[in-house]
Design a protein around this ligand. Structure first.
Ligand SMILES: Nc1nc2c(ncn2[C@@H]2O[C@H](COP(=O)(O)OP(=O)(O)OP(=O)(O)O)[C@@H](O)[C@H]2O)c(=O)[nH]1
Length: 765
């Protein structure tokens, strides 16, 4: 990924871009372009733009595939290698060191007269919010699979996310050169696990070490990567299959093509008509390639099937056909922008999907433009934050340069310098009056019976916000000295603008700053970034699990407050009852009901009571964790004349605390679902380790020597799991983990936790 967050990286970006060899490794430099460039970058017309992302399980080869794309499209002049830590896309230093892809950014390049805007997406489960925000702005995606592993856990997660955003996909079976690679296994796994129809477009020639190319089943050509200059895969031979002296290959290809055409005929009416036209004895082999391409495009975009291509990015095979498939089958940006164009017509509507910070230039904001045009030196309006922002500079991250643009229009991905108050997920338009007219248009369309699905908010026509999962871990963070606290606060504000899954709050009791996030790695990375990007050596407190509290049963409590403050007498009596909320599992928020006639109570008093209850529920009575899965009913309210609303609120809060305690509060702990892939010889150690962690094994799948263990375990027992699993399996196993529910602890475990936490608090105080 082209990370522009780090100052190191920016320095490199501002230098002239060319790959050079240093100490045997390729190092890429980028320049912050101003002035004339070697080539003129024209704005691509909408039908020739593809906004795409690449999604995959960790290590499937997303970065390597992206690097090859950049190389073959002329972006880079030497091949990067993730194993050497010198790829363009994994730019941030943390990514380089850890060998994983963390953040997403956009990078544009041209392929066969089309503009491809590539939005990189991370593969680690701690960064699913990064994946979500990329998916928001994509029109299509390439799913990269390790052909020896088929569909892996993280791919399933990202696939489900892509389903939610209705993103057409094509599949790339990478690593066909690897031992254990299997087209058949991967296809079955795509069909079974992803519940989609895989449409095989390539018949591999050779497998594992002998993998050398493929038959393109649409054009019926043999594509062979022979050793070209520098063995970089840029040259490959295309031969019509009929001219290839291999009758067996021809026969198999004809059979596979027939299967493909039949599948298409089932999914696509036009292909079915074509087959049935004439005397109904249509020769499947004679259907023209162009007709098959068109059918594949329709089926991909309708998301009824997924074209499957194969290759080996590391061995430089199969990437150019993948680029061809992107421009052939994945959609242009028109569809996604349709609804917004209806609302905003020719005026600007854009979505901020990524923000990075640059010390001198301030925030750099990546925008997907849905309608209208954006120009530099203009003023725009942030609907989500109700403020005006100034566009100082408008840039396109094109190949190895940041190019100044005089304007950018709908369908494009722009980078803007100057937006100071914008957060990731905000909607930007031309002016407040544009919002007023968009609202009017929306009202009219709704009256006509048309629903506007892109909108998240009833009041303002903004794009729906991000679906940010609940943080599961938290820890305190301390500035190196009191004098640096302000700098730390500013750094945290910037980081939150970039990363909506990072939560920052001040502990009301200790006054300490508390960070919460998606996992151990997430918080570690934040810590690293504060050091590297803001030069602040902070101290992180011990990592703690974000528990929840809930009620044990039904209870009722009445609290009376009688106070005299100055000359004013305050009198309030509030009775509340609680009971477990009968929803599917614990819900996030506590539901408040009124068991009294609300018309007889002053509106402000009702609001004060609700506020008191809500504030009380943010800190449960057992350990101070938020209360969930409870129904609180206000049974009665009595308020004396002249009593302040603050007093009413306090009375309701006290009653809620008391009733929560009385109900026999329970602690809920986050349960994670784990998928561990290991070899047979380490199975015993993996299972033994899991049972020590209160883990439950739910399924074990076998494939040759590989075992995939699915298990559930409490997060509290999984601290440092990545190191532990590495140790017990001598580095052989990989795993993913994801939050799936909050569960009640057994009373034994709860008592242990309460003892530990109260001792900890006493010691810590
Ligand atoms: N044999 C083989 N190995 C490959 C191929 N493509 C990538 N690899 C290797 O697989 C490992 C992971 O590759 P990456 O490109 O970093 O994978 P990624 O999906 O970007 O990984 P994350 O950034 O962690 O999500 C590296 O060691 C690559 O060299 C391939 O086609 N064949």
């Amino acid at each position: 990924m082209i990370g522009v967050a780090g100052i190191d990286c920016i320095r490199k970006l501002m230098r002239f871009a060319h790959p050079c060899l240093r100490g045997g490794r390729h190092v890429y430099h980028y320049r912050w372009y101003s002035g004339k460039s070697r080539t003129e970058i024209v704005e691509a017309e909408m039908t020739r733009i593809r906004n795409i992302g690449i999604m995959a399980h960790i290590d499937a080869g997303k970065t390597t595939t992206t690097e090859r794309m950049l190389y073959y499209t002329g972006f880079t002049r030497a091949l990067g290698d993730v194993d050497d830590g010198d790829t363009v896309m994994d730019y941030m230093s943390q990514e380089r060191q850890r060998g994983i892809t963390i953040q997403s950014a956009a990078i544009s390049f041209n392929w066969k007269n089309h503009r491809i805007n590539l939005i990189d997406t991370p593969g680690h489960v701690d960064f699913t919010v990064e994946v979500e925000r990329s998916l928001r702005v994509l029109d299509g995606a390439v799913a990269v699979f390790d052909a020896s592993a088929g569909v892996e856990a993280q791919t399933l997660t990202v696939w489900r996310q892509a389903d939610r955003y209705s993103i057409p996909r094509i599949a790339f079976l990478n690593k066909m050169d690897k031992t254990g690679a299997s087209l058949e296994y991967s296809i079955n796994s795509i069909r079974d696990k992803l519940k989609t129809v895989p449409l095989v477009l390539h018949l591999p020639i050779g497998i594992e070490k002998t993998f050398n190319g493929m038959v393109d089943l649409v054009s019926m050509e043999k594509l062979a990567w022979t050793l070209g200059p520098g063995n970089d895969g840029s040259v490959y031979q295309t031969t019509l299959l009929q001219d290839v002296d291999d009758a067996q290959l021809q026969e198999r290809a004809l059979e596979e093509r027939a299967i493909l055409i039949e599948q298409l005929a089932e999914l696509d009416d036009k292909m079915a008509d074509l087959l049935l036209s004439g005397d109904g004895t249509c020769d499947l082999g004679s259907i023209p390639a162009e007709e098959v391409h068109m059918a594949l495009q329709r089926v991909t975009q309708a998301q009824t099937g997924v074209p499957v291509l194969c290759g080996s990015s590391l061995k430089n095979k199969g990437v150019q056909p993948l680029l061809d498939a992107i421009i052939r089958y994945l959609p242009d940006p028109q569809d996604k922008g349709k609804e917004l164009e209806q609302l905003y017509e020719d005026s600007l509507c854009a979505y901020a999907f990524k923000i990075t910070h640059h010390k001198q230039r301030g925030p750099l904001t990546f925008l997907r433009i849905y309608s209208g045009t954006i120009t530099p030196q203009s003023t725009i309006y942030n609907v989500s934050r109700d403020c005006t922002e100034r566009v100082n500079r408008l840039l396109l991250v094109f190949a190895d340069e940041y190019r100044e643009m005089s304007s950018m229009s709908a369908g494009n991905i722009a980078m803007v310098v100057g937006l100071k108050q914008t957060y990731t997920g905000d909607t930007l338009v031309s002016s407040p009056s544009a919002v007023v007219s968009a609202k009017k248009v929306r009202g009219r369309l709704q009256e006509e019976g048309q629903s506007i699905s892109v909108m998240g908010d009833e009041d303002a026509p903004v794009l729906a916000g991000l679906d940010v999962p609940e943080p599961v871990f938290f820890c305190t963070i301390e500035a190196p000295s009191m004098s640096k606290q302000q700098e730390l606060d500013a750094a945290l504000v910037n980081l939150q603008k970039e990363d909506p899954s990072l939560h920052v709050k001040i502990d009301p009791e200790t006054g300490q700053t508390v960070l919460s996030g998606m996992g151990e790695l997430h918080l570690e990375i934040i810590h690293d970034r504060i050091l590297k990007e803001y030069n602040l050596e902070t101290h992180l407190g011990p990592l703690q699990v974000a528990y929840r509290e809930t009620v044990g049963g039904t209870a009722q409590e009445t609290v009376t407050v009688d106070r005299v403050l100055g000359a004013q007498k305050h009198h309030a009596v509030v009775t509340v009852s609680v009971q477990p909320e009968e929803a599917d599992g614990p819900t996030r928020d506590v539901a408040v009901y009124f068991g009294l006639d609300r018309r007889k109570v002053n509106k402000d008093v009702l609001t004060a009571v609700k506020t008191g209850i809500a504030s009380s529920c943010t800190q449960g009575p057992l350990l101070g964790y938020p209360v969930v899965g409870a129904k609180v009913t206000v049974e009665s309210i009595e308020v004396g004349p002249g009593t302040s609303l603050a007093m009413v609120s306090a009375c309701a809060a006290q009653a809620t605390q008391k009733v929560l305690k009385k109900s026999g509060g329970k602690i809920l702990e986050p349960m994670m679902v784990l998928e561990i892939t290991t070899d047979e010889s380490h199975m015993r150690s993996v299972l033994a380790d899991l049972s020590q962690r209160r883990g439950r094994v739910t399924e074990v799948q076998s494939r040759a020597e590989t075992r995939v263990v699915k298990a559930e375990a409490p997060l509290a027992e999984l601290m440092g799991y990545s190191t532990a699993i590495r140790t017990v399996t001598s580095g052989q196993a990989t795993f993913t983990m994801e939050l799936f529910s909050y569960e009640e602890m057994t009373s034994l475990d709860q008592n242990r936790l309460l003892k530990k936490m109260t001792t900890f608090n006493v010691e810590g105080s």
